[in-house]
Write a protein that binds this ligand. Structure first.
Ligand code: ZN
Length: 193
């Protein structure tokens, strides 16, 4: 790990691929090695409640700071912190790209998780840009709920609220909590729920 010149790792994939679990594994390991770590998540990420923790689907957790606006990351970054981790970064919009660039200029080791694509298979801003900038990209897959093959997509199966016409704009921050999603392989994505 080269902290003096900055290092960006992006852990991307569909829902249920274990992104957060991989991030927690890395920050826990860094802490054991006496690394200084700050972890951020957006306030809209309320999958497991509103407390200041990251949770993985597998049930492991790690303390984090909750932010509302993307620029808060810079204001809250301690100059002594070596590792900045940002979970579910697709909620933070295009502005995150310049924030990450600034963190890298400060020599930080930045680890980001995010959805590479939206539920309708569009690139999910800003994750593809960050993947292109990254020193290391870890692309995870999930397990297709229909056939058990590797799944690179997640599909929306149902939702309670009415469809918002703006919702297909991938740059919009949107809450996942009212919808049900399934991991799907490329072949099964076209099949009906
Ligand atoms: Zn499948």
């Amino acid at each position: 790990m080269n902290t003096s010149s900055g290092f960006l790792e992006v852990i991307a994939g569909p829902m249920y691929c274990g992104k957060t679990e991989e991030l927690i594994r890395q920050v826990k390991r860094a802490k054991i090695g006496k690394g200084t770590v700050q972890v951020f998540k957006h306030k809209n990420d309320v999958r497991y409640g509103k407390d200041k923790k990251l949770y993985s689907h597998a049930g492991i957790s790690f303390d984090c700071e909750i932010i509302d606006k993307t620029k808060e990351i810079l204001a809250k970054t301690d100059k002594h912190t070596k590792i900045i981790a940002i979970d579910e970064a697709q909620w933070l919009g295009e502005e995150l790209v310049s924030v990450v660039q600034e963190l890298l200029n400060m020599g930080k080791h930045v680890i980001i998780t995010g959805l590479a694509m939206t539920f309708d298979r569009q690139p999910f801003v800003p994750i593809p840009t960050l993947m292109a900038m990254a020193d290391k990209v870890t692309k995870l897959s999930s397990v297709c709920m229909l056939c058990g093959e590797d799944a690179v997509y997640h599909k929306r199966i149902s939702k309670r609220s009415k469809i918002n016409p703006l919702e297909n704009d991938p740059s919009l921050v949107k809450s996942l909590k009212d919808s049900v999603y399934e991991a799907r392989c490329r072949k099964c994505f076209r099949k009906k729920p």
